[in-house]
Design a protein around this ligand. Structure first.
Ligand code: CAA
Length: 248
């Protein structure tokens, strides 16, 4: 049965940045639904959140690349917890490679997971948000969607595309109590950046004006801000959080 707490759905909720977002929103009193991809990892992840007292976080194993699964999953979340007020699109993967080496599979996997998923989730929640006359959508993009990145044609295209969706949906929903924004993290200390070869990673870190990677918590606090009821005049915006690495 639905409880009183507003519902926040965080895709990629069990990942590095996603975990911090789930915990920050849970601390704000949301009923958080964390999306996951790997069921075994998700089970352990939830147990550790609960061990730390986060009993308002639940799991949802929706396949974000499958439109029908997203629509059905949103319905399940609504039935279990109530309509979704906050959607954070944080699920994302990398399949880095220069164009001459990138396979068609690497291209499509990234576009499906990082961009098509955002259509699927937004389409899934938008009717309920319109009906409620309220909603907050935060799309977690990337510095590399803003500036491009050697070896990331697929990822940069998906992340740049995300902001096009943000600006369009923001216009469609501006008079309906719904805001849609993009947040573009720079290099954040998570497993994702540990996949970059160490030498390349060190060069990147040196190029960040604050001379360090960001923390997941530094992204989560901005999500809480954008998701707040009082942030209703911020829509269609992109917020860069990158230690000064790109100032667009
Ligand atoms: N700019 C210019 N030239 C570069 C370069 C760069 N940034 N990086 C590598 N090169 C050069 C190399 O020196 C090499 O030159 P030569 O052929 O003359 O020797 C050539 O390009 C080939 O490079 P590699 O040997 O590195 O090629 P590779 O196929 O083995 O690796 C790569 C390519 C996978 C893209 C690797 O360079 C890499 O992992 N780069 C990091 C990509 C990156 O930043 N990913 C971000 C992941 S984190 C994330 O995505 C989160 C987020 O939102 C920020």
């Amino acid at each position: 049965m639905a409880n009183e707490a507003p519902v926040a759905w965080v895709t990629g909720g069990t990942g590095g940045i996603g975990s911090a977002i789930c915990r920050a929103l849970a601390k704000e009193g949301y009923q958080v639904v964390a999306g996951y991809h790997n069921p075994e990892k998700a089970k352990d992840w939830l147990a550790s959140q609960q061990a730390e007292g986060f009993d308002n976080i639940a799991l949802s194993g929706i396949d974000l690349t499958d439109y029908d699964d997203c629509v059905a999953g949103v319905k399940e979340i609504r039935n279990q917890f109530g309509p979704i007020s906050v959607l954070v699109n944080c699920a994302g993967i990398t399949r880095d490679g220069t164009m001459k080496k990138m396979t068609s599979d690497q291209w499509h996997e990234v576009i499906d997971t990082n961009l098509n998923s955002v259509f699927n989730t937004c389409r899934g929640v938008i009717e309920d948000m319109l009906e409620q006359g309220y909603g907050r959508i935060v799309n977690i993009s990337s510095i590399n969607g803003r500036k491009g990145q050697f070896g990331q044609a697929n990822y940069a295209a998906a992340k740049a595309g995300m902001h096009g969706l943000t600006m369009s949906l923001a216009q469609e929903t501006a008079t309906k109590g719904i805001t849609v924004n993009t947040l573009s993290p720079g290099y954040i200390a998570t497993d994702m950046i540990m996949k970059i070869p160490e030498k390349v990673r060190e060069t990147i870190r040196e190029g960040i004006p604050v001379k360090r990677y960001g923390t997941p918590e530094e992204i989560a606090r901005a999500v809480v801000f954008l998701a707040d009821k009082e942030s209703g005049f911020i829509t269609g915006a992109n917020l860069d959080i990158n230690g000064g690495q790109f100032m667009g």
